[in-house]
Design a binder for this molecule. Structure first.
Ligand code: FAD
Ligand code: UDP
Length: 364
């Protein structure tokens, strides 16, 4: 007799979504084993001096998937926050992603939609086949934009030149021939009104969901009877690194609370040309919290030590992941989900979409 029919490793959005569905739709008991001392995975936030801080960097909700939005809206209401990012270059703050106003501010121009197209035609490089993230920017906007806004940010963020990175990395950033300076153009965007941790707590509310925090699943898994394991941790660890370690780009998140009402003009300001950190987030601007006399900011320092944040998108590691993938396909009692197990650069909406599909197709 199984202690639990389902055991889930990881209380991030992947694990919580699957647990919530099992508990509330199948009315089955489910155990979540979580290594950290909190639920929520990377979207975890907490209060410090009355200010909501996102421990693992700025997380802004955005999606085009109605199914995901309807699902998450059962656990939270949303604010109307629209994410905007400025980039600090040549002593100016310019909108990011590139739009008409970015060029106008950066080069003291007065372009409109048509003249921006002409400007881009004059500056972009002719590249037949886009092979790297560098090519994406050179083909879309040319070398000077690349050098000012992308080159150093990307080298710092990834520890290698954009010329060595797959086009997918920088293709996350759109290029726009209009005044739209939103970071995301998705239909649904905002922040959970009471924060991500509260939303996650609501997802985990069922009596059917039992959570063991501060626990590495390998210390417990031989001692529990179960039928199916859902694994959302790093895939190389699951297989005891039998094909070697998969590389992750890591971030160190350093926050401070300041005795000021406001620190910067936008929720996030990118510093492409600072030698050490990539960006500064001011949380109150994201959460729209009204706290007088105090604000909290966070700098992000990339490296190969720290929180495992981004699968490393070079061919060597994608090939290594394929070896693990061939093992994953053979598993009968294990389901893999989420950013770490799939070794993919997923936004939270895709993680939830995937988890809902896993529940429908492989569990229900
Ligand atoms: P995780 O949140 O990583 O959860 C996995 C859990 O498994 C963790 O809690 C971990 O502790 C646990 N675990 C791992 N190993 C073990 C083990 N051995 N035993 C027990 N437990 C274990 N997405 C957006 O949509 N918008 C954003 O603005 C955004 N910003 C981001 C900013 C940064 C810096 C990063 C890194 C990501 C960002 N994302 C954003 C992506 C988002 O964080 C992820 O898509 C989402 O949180 C992934 O959820 P997950 O459950 O797959 O993984
Ligand atoms: N990027 C850049 N300059 C910027 C912002 C982003 O060069 O000002 C590049 C960088 O390589 C980054 C990628 O674009 O990794 C994707 O940016 P995004 O903001 O989507 O990254 P996230 O912070 O969500 O991982």
């Amino acid at each position: 007799m199984a202690d639990y029919k389902y055991v889930i490793v990881g209380a991030g959005l992947s694990g919580l979504t699957i647990a919530e569905r099992i508990a509330n739709e199948l009315n089955e008991k489910v155990l979540i084993i979580e290594k950290r001392d909190h639920i929520g995975g990377n979207v975890y936030d907490f209060y410090k001096d009355g200010i909501l801080i996102q421990k693992y960097g700025p997380h802004i909700y955005h999606t085009n998937y109605k199914k995901v939005h309807d699902y998450l809206s059962k656990f939270t209401e949303w604010t109307d926050y629209v994410h905007k990012v400025l980039s600090y270059v040549d002593d100016k703050l310019v909108p990011m992603p590139i739009c008409i106003d970015t060029l106008n501010k950066l080069y003291d121009l007065d372009l409109d939609e048509n003249s921006m197209k002409e400007w881009i035609e004059e500056h972009k490089e002719d590249i037949d086949e886009i092979k790297s993230s560098e090519d994406v920017v050179l083909k879309n906007a040319g070398r000077d934009i690349y050098n000012k806004l992308f080159k150093n940010y990307t080298e710092k963020q990834w520890g290698t030149s954009a010329a060595n990175l797959s086009p997918a990395v920088i293709s996350r950033i759109p290029f726009r021939f209009n005044h739209d300076d939103r970071y995301f153009s998705d239909t649904y965007q905002g922040m959970p009104k009471e924060g991500f941790t509260k939303m996650c707590e609501n997802m985990a509310k069922s009596d059917n969901i039992h959570i063991g925090l501060n626990s590495d699943y390998k210390d417990y898994i031989g001692k529990i009877n179960y039928e199916k394991l859902v694994y959302t941790g790093p895939i190389d660890y699951f297989y005891d690194y039998k094909y070697g370690e998969l590389l992750y780009r890591c971030l160190n998140f350093v926050y401070e609370v300041l005795d000021e009402d406001s620190y910067q003009e936008a929720g996030v300001v990118n510093y492409p040309n600072d030698p050490y950190f990539t960006r500064i987030t001011e949380f109150k601007k994201l959460t729209q919290q009204k706290v007088g006399g105090k604000t909290a900011i966070m700098r992000e320092y990339p490296g190969f030590n720290g929180e495992k944040c981004y699968p490393y998108p070079t061919q060597e590691y994608l090939d290594k992941f394929k070896l693990y993938e061939s093992e994953m396909e053979k598993e009968e009692n294990v389901i893999f989900a989420g950013r770490l197990a799939k070794y993919k650069y997923y936004n939270m909406d895709l993680v939830v979409k995937d988890a809902l599909e896993i529940f429908e197709n492989e569990i229900k």
